[in-house]
Design a protein around this ligand. Structure first.
Ligand code: GLP
Length: 260
């Protein structure tokens, strides 16, 4: 059983698990429950999905539930948080490629229900493109659930420090720490894109349920700042302290600095 604190350290709901696998399985279970609930009502589920190392085991568990426990994604609509700019969908480091490899090709989601910011559109069309992405989310009635990881500088999606809490989908400049953390994936720092398209902080906080998953000791410092520190645009994830529908899901290592 996880350690459960409600209204602890300003967090609305904080679940700390013994290891990354247990935290990931719990996260996948919440997503599956939402999908099943919506299916019972004959309604689609609108999911906001994330990339990075953190959600990989969640996706693995969702695939297992699909293959072994007949969880269907036929009425799931998915919107990804972000994408590097510019980068083509076939690029091995694109989030389009990531989502296909780690989740979509293993489940029965309909290709027409998958939305990922398209980072090949020309600079003069970006603003319209971002507005359109935002409108699509709104037209589906908003996100039922947003899955989030967290960057070591507190970013959510690619909403870097300094991002306005009112921000919506837009082109952003990547922070140096974010690019440094991506260097291993891209080989050299020069290969790491300097920009990305990301849904905004406002868009994220409008989701009906938000799951922030953080795993590993590397995240312990930023988790402490995001959950216990001042609410400030310097730490974009800190805004979640004000959002009642947030559940923080941590493994013991990520929670190391917030446990008494
Ligand atoms: C990436 C993504 C974020 C992700 C974060 C953490 O840059 N844009 O959505 O949450 O960084 O990544 P990881 O899970 O690999 O630590």
């Amino acid at each position: 059983m996880p350690t459960k604190f409600n209204n602890h350290s300003k967090a609305k709901s904080l679940n700390i698990f013994g290891d990354a696998e247990k935290a990931s399985v719990h996260t996948a279970k919440l997503i599956a429950e939402l999908i099943l609930e919506q299916q019972k009502k004959g309604k689609p589920s609108v999911l906001g999905l994330a990339t990075g190392n953190t959600p990989k085991m969640v996706y693995q568990e969702l695939i297992r539930l699909h293959q072994n426990e007949s969880l269907s994604f036929h009425n799931v609509i998915s919107f990804n948080l972000d994408e590097y700019y510019p980068i083509g969908p076939e690029h091995i480091r694109s989030y389009t490629y990531f989502m296909r490899e780690y989740l979509f090709k293993h489940i029965d989601i309909k290709p027409e229900n998958i939305y990922i910011p398209h980072a090949v559109c020309s600079p003069d069309r970006i603003e319209d493109y971002c507005r359109d992405y935002e409108d699509r989310i709104t037209n589906f009635g908003g996100l039922d659930l947003q899955l989030l990881g967290i960057g070591r500088n507190g970013h959510i999606g690619f909403n870097e420090p300094g991002s306005s809490f009112d921000s919506t989908t837009r082109l952003i400049n990547l922070h140096s720490l974010t690019r440094k953390d991506a260097q291993a994936d891209f080989g050299t720092i020069d290969n790491v894109p300097r920009q990305a398209i990301s849904i905004g902080i406002h868009t994220i906080t409008q989701a009906k349920k938000i799951l922030l998953l953080a795993l590993g000791e590397k995240k312990s410092e930023i988790i402490s700042k995001a959950l216990k520190g001042e609410i400030s645009t310097d730490v974009p994830a800190s805004i979640l302290q004000k959002i009642p529908q947030v559940e923080y899901i941590l493994d013991r290592d990520a929670a190391a600095l917030i446990q008494d």
